[in-house]
Design a protein around this ligand. Structure first.
Ligand code: 17E
Ligand code: FE2
Length: 422
């Protein structure tokens, strides 16, 4: 035994390595940072926890959620058609009565639900096509309130479009002045294709002016003619903003003909932009105007991954006008993706795990603070599983969540006793 005493040692961790190998190690943490990783740390710790060879990985990353809308499902009414458009209408009714307290309460409750399930990095979109910008002000306060235990990024998102109402253009810029992290848009919802293209150029101008990233709701529709993704990719190349740019949803990509999709793929490879797919919500939202065969309405996740593009997953909604369900659990998202994207091979399932962890960190550009390595902040989760496949298959309980080296949440996995018949 050496005389060094660590603050905290996690013994017998089944650590997931970047090459998907698993290694049993001890992990020491001091002052919020990882200070040693070794097969057997000879020193002792002021506190020691036996992890019992459970799976240890970096925390989950929620790449795309709308916290301002979370936990409002059914208010003022339920979405009967299940479409994006009815959801936008219901939200338009709800948002007329927004208060700071209401948004803050729902956002913090959702963040807690996420954090206790291992999510420590979150990118939220906030509707800024509402004249009082109440939701934005609330989320800016929430970001400050939660900053010691969860990393929150805010995207100014003009839900109703930038050119649909005169004041929306100014509201978007005001939002950027108030200090958001990123700027978004919704080109497929603008009145015309021309407005959609113009909105993308405007978003890029704003991103350059306010030095922020871009995350656009792009082509979230089954219309195979919705081709704003190519505009986003071209702008990303021409401005050099490349990996500072994210295209969210891109569900129309699932409807493009292959000749066009192949051409598009090489443009996307050049652009190096990130993609966020939201399989839970888009499998329910899309395909609503189809009879049969019915489209899946999810972007080409497997092909983007095979072409080396960065894809991560989002929950998008937790009980809001677009989706009544939602748990905040990223394993639910990966589980749904494995099915819809037909990524059932083991390397593909591993890739889906990566899309709720490391790829999300790349999308959010937090890689410098992410990963289990000596010197990095002590952000890690312990799952009641042996490997990522097992974690996704069982949607395993996240037993411990460590944020900045401190235990943030502990869940006791349930035990079932099968009594049977005699
Ligand atoms: N707004 C939107 O345009 N699309 C979505 N999927 C959600 C909100 C949840
Ligand atoms: Fe969204």
């Amino acid at each position: 035994m050496s005389d060094k005493i660590y603050e905290l040692i996690l013994r017998n961790c089944r650590l997931l390595l970047p090459n998907y190998q698993l290694q049993i190690v001890d992990i020491a943490i001091d002052d919020g940072r990882i200070t040693a990783i070794s097969t057997d740390i000879p020193a002792s710790g002021k506190q020691e926890i036996d992890i019992g060879e459970k799976l240890v990985t970096p925390p989950f990353v929620e790449s795309h959620i709308h916290l301002d809308c979370a936990l409002t499902a059914g208010k003022p009414r339920w979405n009967q058609s299940g479409t994006l458009f009815e959801g936008i209408k219901i939200w338009a009714e709800y948002k007329q009565r927004l208060t700071l307290e209401d948004v803050k309460k729902r956002a913090i409750e959702t963040l807690k639900t996420q954090a206790q399930q291992g999510v420590l990095f979150v990118r939220t979109h906030v509707d800024v096509s509402e004249p009082t910008l109440t939701a934005l002000q609330a989320l800016l306060e929430v970001k400050e309130t939660v900053k010691n235990w969860i990393n929150l990024q805010i995207v100014a998102f003009p839900q109703d479009g930038i050119y649909s109402q005169d004041e929306n253009l100014t509201l978007l810029e005001t939002a950027l002045q108030l200090g958001v992290d990123g700027v978004g848009g919704i080109p497929h919802y603008e009145f015309t294709r021309e407005d959609g293209v113009k909105s993308i150029h405007y978003i890029f101008d704003l991103a350059e002016k306010y030095d922020c990233f871009i995350d656009i709701h792009c082509d979230e529709i089954d219309d195979e003619q919705s081709r704003f993704l190519e505009v986003v990719a071209a702008c990303a190349i021409r401005t050099g903003l490349t990996s500072q740019v994210t295209a969210s949803h891109t569900t129309a990509f699932g409807s493009y003909n292959n000749a066009y999709a192949f051409k598009l793929m090489s443009l996307l490879e050049k652009s190096k932009i990130n993609f966020v797919a939201n399989p839970l919500i888009n499998i329910t939202l899309q395909g609503r105007t189809d009879t049969y065969p019915k489209r899946r309405g999810v972007t080409r996740v497997k092909e983007l991954w095979q072409h080396g593009l960065n894809v991560s997953f989002g929950h998008d909604c937790v009980q809001d006008p677009w989706y009544n369900l939602g748990t905040g659990n990223m394993l639910d998202v990966a589980y749904m993706a494995v099915h819809i994207c037909q990524m059932t091979g083991i390397p593909e399932i591993n890739a889906c795990y990566q899309m709720i962890t490391r790829n999300g960190a790349k999308t959010l550009d937090v890689e410098d603070r992410y990963g289990i390595k000596v010197g990095k902040p002590g952000n890690l989760i312990v799952l009641d599983a042996k490997n990522p496949f097992h974690a996704i298959r069982k949607r395993a309980t996240v037993k411990y969540v460590f944020s900045e080296g401190k235990l943030l949440a502990e869940t006791i996995p349930t035990k079932v006793k099968f009594v049977g018949f005699t």
